[in-house]
Design a protein around this ligand. Sequence first.
Ligand code: NAD
Length: 328
Amino acid sequence: MKILCYAVSAEEEPYLKNWSQQNNIKVDLVPTPLSDNSVYLAQGYDGVSSVGMLPVNEEVYATFEKFGIKQLAVRQVGVDNQDLQAAKKHHITITNVRSYSPRAIAEMGVTQAMYLLRKIGIYQNRMAQGNFTWDPTTVSTEIFNCTVGLIGTGHIGGASAQIYSALGAKVIAYDPNYNADLEPYLTFTDFETVLKTADIVSLHVPLLPATQKIIDRQALKKMKNTAILINVARGELVDTPALIAALENRKIAAAGLDTLADEAKLIGQHLQASNLPHDYQVLSQMPNVLLTPHVAFFTKLAVKNYIEIALNDAVTVIKGKKPRNLIC
Ligand code: NAD
């Protein structure tokens, strides 16, 4: 058996090689992302795996089918860049890694929230200019005096609830799917109450037609003007121009963004700051905004787990069995 892994990054290599040795299965690694320009590389392989945000179109699945490939193991949670209808049409089974280390993503959200809560960016910016002052606009609040509002209480939202609750914060959440296991850590409520009540609003929903721009101008208007927005889920959940306006007009206090709507083509690139999209340039100049390049997942445990889970599922599908994380 031979598997081709697309979009392999340096930190993935040792784990992929280790899995290959342990399972006695040949795994070839290419840095190239999966697209209709690179799909030809998969000829002669039994299985494929990829990661990334770039849209995968029908031609890719049609070519896999022509090559006799039955599956695509996506080494991440989000599959919003896949065309699931087209995959089904060409009999390609898609698997993802539903949960590899929810704590990794949750901890990044909490870290960003704490940084913004304590106004660290503002102080850092001032000190770079020799300004050692503070004033009423930079006074902070202890986390145990905050209400944290989670939108989505799946793997990552649930892990976030546990951390915030351990820090003494009051946690409220909206999720149409009630989960009794989370009752010790949070109180379920409606979307509107989360927006209106929370000092920190943290997003943990998948990107779906129903969640696109779930944080739009109206939603931002409902939030407290002292509120912090954290998005470690998907950039498209937030209307970025509306967020910039809300920050500029002090409608909300701060934002921590591990994902932005137009990031797909930028991830993994090193560009001149002046060549960045306008919204990145504006947001990166704001001391009350924290930007990270979609790295909430990026811990050693997470990389090890998502590789092992994705490749195990690839083999399961190749052998004609039901995988652990079936998408379609
Ligand atoms: P999950 O499937 O375990 O949980 C998602 C939850 O969202 C579910 O409980 C679901 O009921 C809820 N939900 C769906 N629609 C909703 C709505 N309209 N309002 C409120 N809740 C709604 O997913 P997860 O593992 O917790 O991951 C959440 C998202 O985080 C992923 O879809 C992915 O986009 C993102 N993610 C980001 C990174 C990163 O590195 N930044 C890494 C992994 C995942």
